[in-house]
Design a protein around this ligand. Structure first.
Ligand SMILES: [Zn+2]
Length: 281
């Protein structure tokens, strides 16, 4: 009888969902063992500039069945049970193709610094290029991509990575980092871009200055023409993020821009092929 009771206990424990308001001892050591197994792999991919494209298969290949089961429970967390406006977004499709941006230079403390390689889904990249050409015509200025696509698997890793900074609580961490599957940065049909100016004005370090930029005013006036929208306006459910805009395939835009998208991509390809390396996810 005791044996069956113990088996019952074990089964019910393993079937329990992830604790949302702070990891218990078991979950803490599970998280730690997962990070130990994944850190060297992710660090290597960061060096190669390909961390944003990491897949679940690549993560899981380095983990035990128990660790994988834990991460699957984690992925099953319903965003609606957490505060804020988290929601699931369409996941990337196997056919999605990404453009790599790895020649972006910004000033930091007056010195030119190369940004980490960024990725955008092909269509969002084309729309971004067209929008920047228009901005350049109007203002003589451009915005760069500080953060583009991040795969849901990389988002899962980042979420776990940042948990110690937020009391090991899923609910608390979710106020600062989106759950995997809930980030516009990981959803090609709603692709988000965090913009940065060539002078280094961005959301992370200089958010108030970003709102004052003439580029920001321009985005308000014209970004919708290219299918870009401000995701977190002032006074919404989430904190105001003037630098974070997302692209979506708009019904009008789909017909009127598709030919131009193709043309722009082909022109870019032949013109500056060395600047951008096309990758298949
Ligand atoms: Zn963002």
């Amino acid at each position: 009888m005791w044996v069956s009771f113990t088996v019952f206990l074990l089964l019910s424990t393993s079937a329990l969902a992830v604790s949302l308001d702070g990891f218990n001892e078991q979950e803490l050591s599970m998280r730690q063992s997962i990070m130990q197994a994944l850190n060297p792999f992710v660090d290597e991919r960061k060096k190669l500039g390909t961390a944003p494209l990491i897949t679940f298969e690549e993560l899981y290949a380095r983990l035990t069945p128990e660790q994988i089961a834990f991460l699957e429970e984690f992925r099953a967390v319903d965003p609606k049970t957490l505060a804020g406006s988290s929601r699931r977004l369409p996941l990337p499709a196997p056919a999605d193709r990404f453009v790599r941006l790895d020649r972006q230079v910004v000033l930091r403390d007056g010195k030119p610094v190369l940004l980490d390689a960024q990725y955008l889904p092909e269509q969002a990249f084309s729309a971004y290029q067209r929008m920047m050409a228009a901005m350049e015509r109007d203002l003589g200025r451009r915005l760069l991509v500080e953060s583009g696509y991040r795969s849901p698997a990389y988002q899962l890793y980042l979420f776990l990575f940042y948990m110690p900074k937020h009391q090991q609580s899923v609910r608390e961490t979710n106020r600062h980092v989106a759950l995997p599957g809930c980030s516009e940065h990981g959803s090609p049909s709603h692709q988000a871009i965090d913009f940065i100016t060539p002078e280094g004005i961005n959301g992370e370090d200089r958010p108030e200055e970003f709102e004052e930029l003439q580029e920001y005013g321009w985005l308000h006036a014209r970004a919708h023409e290219f299918g870009f929208f401000l995701s977190y306006p002032r006074g919404g459910d989430s904190a105001f993020e003037p630098w974070h805009w997302h692209w979506e395939l708009t019904p009008g835009g789909e017909r009127s821009t598709f030919g131009t998208i193709r043309g722009t991509l082909q022109a870019r390809r032949s013109e500056r092929i060395r600047d951008y390396e096309r990758l298949v996810s």
